[in-house]
Design a protein around this ligand. Sequence first.
Ligand code: 9D3
Length: 270
Amino acid sequence: MAHCAAFPSPVIFDVITIFPDFFTSILEHGVLKRGRASGQVEIRIHDLRNFSDDRHRTVDDRPFGGGPGMVFKPEPIFRALEALKAESPEEKFRVVLLSPQGRLLTQAVAEDFSREQHIVLLSARYEGVDERVAEHLATDEISIGDYVLPGGELAAAVVMEAVTRLLPGVLGNEESREQDSFAGAESGSRGAARGILDCPHYTRPAEFRGWPVPEVLLSGNHEEVRRWRRRQALEKTWRKRPDLLSNLPLSKEDAKLLEEIRQAALEPTR
Ligand code: 9D3
């Protein structure tokens, strides 16, 4: 059966890298380990050097026009992609180039990728890839943030973790996913792509080194706890990430809580 709700076909990630060993540990932990074990995700790591065409397994060369560093040659990367496409000729591919020039990875991007069946992640090193890869092979160019990394491997791992945890059944705990911080883009939630930050969390002991847990959390009054958490989440967002609030549709309760927060901030402390 091609489509079966009980046994959905896994999302396939093909990672192309010159450091395949980089991925051994993350594949054996947490969400990626569980997603693979339960068949929701399939991850294959490919050594780009296997697609070079010389006995030195060369994958890079000096930049035209001069300058420092090395650039990944286009041929091994195109060859690697053609090999993957030949293996699954009927499938639709997303070819994601990890690069500092890409659009930023957000929760909305992760959700978009989680609806794909086959994603190729291209990780580069040195000065990056020949621009013809970005122009004529990649369908997407993604950065994980405005800071300089020495290569795209960690970024590929970040994409896989962010996407895999969204696949139905992988997390096992649908509720905690719905309540995510940054889950604004995830349906009906608290928290950051289009939502607000998470509220603070506490566990035992009720007092630690003189610092007590907020009393309301020990009260057993679920309605008060819910309201307190919402207010804390809104206040945290207002103080630390006001940008997240500007595009957020506010419920009546949120608007009221935010007004309380603003008023409390204006009051002189006595
Ligand atoms: C210091 C080198 N830079 C010259 C001005 C450019 C540059 C080239 C290659 C900077 C970083 C890299 C390697 N980075 C990635 O491949 C990468 C990355 C990143 O550096 N930051 C955030 N997301 C990503 S995704 C891939």
